[in-house]
Design a protein around this ligand. Structure first.
Ligand SMILES: Nc1nc2c(ncn2[C@@H]2O[C@H](COP(=O)(O)O[C@H]3[C@@H](O)[C@H](n4cnc5c(=O)[nH]c(N)nc54)O[C@@H]3COP(=O)(O)O)[C@@H](O)[C@H]2O)c(=O)[nH]1
Length: 741
């Protein structure tokens, strides 16, 4: 090809006629100018001519600017230029077209990739020059380089990804990376074309995975989930899987699966969950233990508090009745006395002792006794004011502290207590009455401190007992002396039996029809070497209070019956013996048995004995009294009601008690001559006894006129100084013999 250096401008048609050569040249020039590639004609490595594109590629405005330029300037450096020459000319010299991609240099120095196609005009003569076609492939080259780099990166990613990547088509593996194979324990390429079933443990699992994933993929969505696969060695591997169709529009293109072995993570998670669960359990256990510890601490504190309260309570209150005890009373009294002293107000202490309470315990048992005390405590509390203190000292002794109460107020309280005690206490089936004897001491006259006041009230209470019980007395200095005497007697009485200081005297009871001694009453006498002769009226209550009446009473019964036996044996065959029985003795459950035993010892019939009871025996517990009387009656022992008329016996009770004889109290007999009332009473008693089939004995008959009245009224027997005072046995025997003569 011939390339003119430059072509003459084209003439308008008609001005210059084209020669064929010129037309050819123009056509070639047009062809060259419109070619997309750069074309250059080189001779001796210098540009002879080039087209517009070639100039543009190297950054020139016009081809003419390149004419005469050495071709070395088109290459990055001389070496690159020479290398091309070394490479191209041997081939081109053989008439071959030389093609190469080389880096070249633009006019401004920038390098670019060009595709060179060169050919010698005359292979036999390189001097004729060469034609080169240059394509600027820099953009293409760069795009290719980027593509290659991207492909390399992707391949690197694929090869070195830390996740398994699998391409499946129709659930068959088309490609996977090494990680996937390693994850499942396979060698390189071992899984090629395998069905995905291969990495599942069973058909069922594989199908189940298909049912979970493919509907999602078919909907154009990504599947994300956990799938359990199976390694080559059969062990399970849990994978986190993400999957997507390669072409959502064409499922046949297959799908890509990115899998990550999370077995360890799952195990760790499971272990963590287990550890968490255990920790949680431990926390719960510790919390529970802590709660239990706290609870037990609380309960211990509560228990201790309760114990302390209980200890305080036990130290300050009476366990049976719940009333304050002596300690608390002492504390309150101290406080009340201080206040009374400061304010000049009065204060009273009442000492209360229940009459014959001991007999309830002895005859009905402690359970009944305790229940009775509880009820009594309730009544006592109900009688007094809120600010008063009712204390149980122990046994049947109570102390009432009445701040602000003077003599009048204390007497009112004592009266109310008496009133309250008149009502029956219903304990089980027992109807019990329990009268109190009370002593009152007033602050400051009877004592300036609690102990002295209590002592004074106690002495006054004792006096109330001596004065017949069921009453109250104010303390007086004289009582103190009496109290000292009572204590003296009590101590002396303890030795009286063993020191043989007791004797029996006997007083005849005369049959008013026959005028003979029908029976004798045994009356106890005590002669003390220092204290002298002491009246039974004084020492019997002391013996009762101290409990000594029981051994003394038994001694009296035995001695009297022994004497009776002696008299009977000495000719007084029909004589009977009347023995006084204290209410305390009467309440002894063993009494009937003891009486029978002594009678048997003495070989005496039961009706030889007459037991004189006072009305008081039945006051506290009529039911039990009746039962005891029944037992004695059943054994044949006769019972007489002593001092009749002074107590509270009712007619119905008399009948129930199976009383054999009523002894008309000497207080009615004494004034028969002067007192019409006494006459009426005595007469009524005799009529009533007759109506009930009982005998009567009048006590304390001292005069003939008394005797005449009694005889006139139909009294059966009489006893008194008119016939004889109580006498020692020998003297009474003399008396009886005289009467027989
Ligand atoms: N539980 C027991 N009580 C007994 C016993 N012995 C006596 N006693 C009781 O003591 C009280 C005082 O008795 P006593 O001092 O013996 O007085 C009795 C008689 O001596 C007295 N009496 C008799 N006749 C007359 C009289 O004409 N005038 C008068 N002024 N006094 C007289 O009466 C007492 C007899 O009382 P009583 O028993 O009610 O028949 C006294 O209560 C005795 O019961 C005993 O062993 N156990």
């Amino acid at each position: 090809m011939y390339l003119p250096h430059s072509l003459p401008p084209l003439q308008p048609s008609g001005l210059l006629a084209d020669t064929p050569l010129q037309r050819t040249l123009r056509e070639q020039q047009t062809l060259l100018d419109s070619a997309g590639a750069g074309i250059v004609f080189m001779r001796q490595r210098v540009v002879v001519r080039c087209n517009q594109r070639y100039a543009e590629i190297f950054g020139y405005e016009a081809p003419e600017q390149l004419a005469g330029l050495g071709s070395e300037s088109f290459y990055p450096d001389r070496e690159a230029f020479r290398e091309l020459g070394r490479d191209a000319y041997p081939a081109m010299s053989q008439g071959q077209t030389y093609r190469v991609e080389r880096q070249m240099r633009r006019r401004n120095g920038d390098l670019f990739w060009g595709h060179l196609t060169g050919r010698l005009i005359n292979p036999q003569d390189t001097a004729e020059g060469s034609i080169w076609i240059l394509d600027d492939i820099d953009d293409h080259k760069q795009a290719q380089a980027q593509l290659s780099a991207a492909l390399r990166e992707k391949q690197a990613l694929f090869d070195h990804a830390m996740v398994g990547i699998v391409f499946l088509r129709d659930r068959h593996l088309t490609r996977c990376n090494r990680h996937f194979e390693q994850m499942l324990g396979y060698g390189p390429g071992e899984l090629a074309t395998s069905p995905s079933r291969r990495w599942y443990a069973s058909d069922a699992q594989w199908e189940e995975v298909g049912r979970r994933c493919y509907p999602v993929l078919a909907a154009g969505l990504s599947f994300e989930g956990e799938i359990e696969m199976c390694r080559k060695d059969g062990t399970a591997v849990v994978c986190e899987v993400r999957s997507k169709l390669i072409d959502a529009a064409d499922p046949s293109e297959g799908s890509i699966w990115i899998t990550m072995d999370i077995t360890e993570r799952k195990q760790t998670q499971a272990a963590l969950a287990l550890a968490h669960e255990r920790l949680e359990q431990q926390v719960q256990d510790r919390t529970r233990e802590l709660r239990e510890t706290v609870d037990s601490l609380h309960s211990e504190i509560r228990d201790r508090k309760a114990d302390q309260e209980r200890i305080y309570w036990l130290a300050h209150y009476d366990a049976l009745t719940g009333l304050p005890n002596r300690t608390l009373l002492g504390e309150r009294a101290e406080h009340a006395i201080r206040l009374a002293r400061e304010s000049g107000t009065p204060l009273a202490v009442v000492f209360l002792d229940l009459d014959h309470f001991k007999h309830v315990n002895d005859s009905l048992g402690h359970r009944v006794g305790d229940a009775l005390l509880v009820e009594i405590a309730r009544r006592l509390r109900a009688v007094v004011r809120e600010k008063d203190t009712v204390c149980r000292l122990g046994g049947d002794e109570f102390v009432l502290l009445l701040p602000g109460a003077n003599a009048h107020g204390a007497a009112r309280v004592a009266g109310k207590l008496q009133e309250a005690s008149r009502q029956y206490y219903q304990i089980d089936h027992h109807e019990l009455t329990m009268a109190p004897s009370m002593g009152i001491a007033l602050f400051p006259g009877d004592g300036e401190d609690f102990d002295t006041l209590t002592q004074s009230a106690d002495v006054a209470m004792y006096q109330a007992k001596l004065d017949g019980r069921n009453t109250f007395r104010f303390f007086t200095p004289e009582m103190q002396a009496q109290s000292v005497r009572a204590l003296q007697l009590e101590n002396a009485l303890r030795r009286a039996l063993e020191r043989d200081q007791l004797r029996m005297h006997y007083q005849p009871q005369m049959d008013l029809t026959t005028g003979r001694v029908h029976s004798v009453e045994a009356l106890l006498r005590w002669h003390h070497p220092q204290l002298g002769t002491i009246s039974p009226a004084e020492f019997i209550p002391i013996a009762e209070d101290s409990g000594q009446i029981l051994p003394i009473g038994e001694w009296v019964l035995r001695t009297a019956l022994q004497q009776l036996k002696a008299w009977r044996d000495r000719g007084f065959a029909d004589l009977s013996m009347a023995v006084n029985l204290s209410a305390i003795q009467f309440r002894q459950p063993q009494l009937p048995e003891m009486v029978s035993q002594i009678l048997a010892e003495m070989e005496l019939p039961s009706d030889a004995l007459e037991l004189e009871l006072t009305e008081g025996v039945a006051v506290d517990d009529p039911h039990t009294a009746a039962a005891t009387m029944n037992q004695l009656h059943a054994r044949g022992v006769r019972l007489s009601m002593d001092d009749f008329g002074t107590g509270y016996s009712s007619l119905s009770q008399l009948k129930r008690f199976q009383i054999f004889k009523l002894k008309i109290d000497q207080s009615f007999v004494r004034d028969l001559g002067n007192d019409g009332n006494d006459r009426a009473i005595v007469s009524a008693i005799i009529r009533m006894a007759q109506a009930l089939g009982m005998r009567t004995t009048a006590e304390g008959v001292e005069t003939e006129s008394q005797l005449a009245f009694l005889r006139e009224q139909g009294c059966d027997e009489a006893q008194g100084y008119h016939f004889s005072t109580p006498l020692p046995a020998p003297e009474l025997e003399t008396f009886m013999r005289r009467r027989l003569a």
